[in-house]
Design a protein around this ligand. Structure first.
Ligand code: NAG
Length: 358
């Protein structure tokens, strides 16, 4: 028996899954009794028409790293990069819209082909990235700025996406330091998948009022594992669908603020609804719904491509089949924008990586 035999076996086992995919696709193409797919077509979006960006620093990302000042775009296609607005205008039959960048930088939209932005959008609280904080003082000013822009008394959270080794103090902020920065907002700062974490006085009061409260040190410290899990679960139980949609819009805005316009999301782990859930656990059957809803509102500002990370304990793949039956009725847009499903990645089993681009 070679090491490859089980993989071949898995391939055959996945044939019914392939068939299911075909049926779902076929049904939706025929307009059968399935959830109506949303459509975000090129001709509807900003890719239509004639546009010149002038007087900018246009980073071309070419080998020589040239920076141009003018770029012309015709129906979503770049037709000119250079220094002359007059030359750029010659590419159009009708007058293009001209945007004066006033020296601002323009870069091509970046594609991140492995991230977990879907989880990010579902985070409890007003998630606040700390990836650009290099000290406790930076954390304090980041949180102060965040508190100014959100409803008073809302939970400020940072769940993953940073490490205290980034801070010159090489530790998490204390309860006093967080109180000093944002006395009127409860805070939960947790790193890695399951903490450790820290909180401030308002946060501590919230967590200690939970039915199953975590242990919290006098300095606000919450140890990794079950205590972090209890705090996180307490916050997640507060989440409404509207909160998740707001989180989705926040995640999108953060993404475009750093120039990442296309995201290939790689999923998460199935939630158990207990304190053993960490930052990367969520209800995999509903995690995409707030995202879909934001796209349905036509408020989507990034392109989302979704891979499904899934672990089935049985070779019959029953939960994978059910998940595909659920999900492929709900998702899928045209290539030009919005969200679409990409492929199924079976956890730990190479043979389960199944391409199903639409
Ligand atoms: C907070 O207190 C705990 C003990 O309860 C200690 O392990 C931790 O280092 C303290 N954290 C800071 C930032 O001082």
């Amino acid at each position: 028996m070679t090491a490859f035999e089980p993989i071949t076996f898995m391939k055959f086992k996945l044939l019914p899954v392939l068939w299911l995919l075909f049926v779902c696709y076929h049904n939706s193409a025929a307009g059968a009794n399935v959830h109506q797919r949303s459509t975000y077509r090129r001709e509807k979006g900003p890719l239509q028409g004639n546009l010149i960006l002038s007087n900018g620093n246009v980073h071309t990302m070419s080998e020589g790293e040239e920076v141009a000042s003018v770029i012309a775009i015709k129906d979503g296609v770049i037709v000119y990069v250079g220094e002359s607005e007059t030359e750029a205008t010659k590419n159009f039959d009708s007058a293009p819209a001209i945007v004066d960048l006033q020296g601002h930088i323009a870069i091509p939209g970046l594609i991140d082909c492995h991230n977990h932005i879907v989880l990010l959008g579902n985070r409890p609280g007003y998630h606040t990235p700390l990836e650009n904080a290099y000290s406790i003082a930076d954390v304090q000013s980041t949180y102060q700025a965040r508190a100014d822009g959100i409803p008073s008394g809302s939970f400020i959270t940072t769940i993953g996406g940073f490490h205290p080794n980034h801070f010159k103090e090489r530790r998490l902020p204390t309860l006093e330091e967080l109180d000093e920065a944002v006395p009127n907002s409860p805070v939960f700062v947790s790193y890695s998948f399951a903490g450790p974490a820290t909180t401030n006085s308002l946060g501590k009061a919230f967590f200690e009022s939970l039915a199953d409260p975590p242990l919290i040190g006098a300095n606000g410290s919450i140890s990794s594992g079950v205590n972090n899990g209890k705090a996180l679960l307490g916050l997640r139980k507060q989440l409404t669908f509207e909160d998740r949609k707001r989180g989705v819009r926040d995640a999108m805005e953060y993404a475009v603020s750093v120039g990442v316009t296309t995201h290939l999301d790689q999923g998460g782990f199935p939630a158990t609804g207990t304190p053993s859930d960490g930052a990367a656990h969520e209800d995999l059957y509903s995690i995409h719904l707030p995202w879909l809803s934001v796209y349905d509102d036509e408020a989507g500002i990034i392109r989302l491509r979704i891979n499904f990370l899934h672990m089935d304990d049985s070779l019959e793949a029953p939960t994978v089949q059910q998940r595909l039956l659920n999900t492929f009725k709900l998702f899928g847009n045209d290539m030009g924008g919005g969200s679409s499903t990409r492929q199924l990645g079976a956890w730990r089993r190479l043979a389960g990586v199944l391409k199903c681009t639409r």
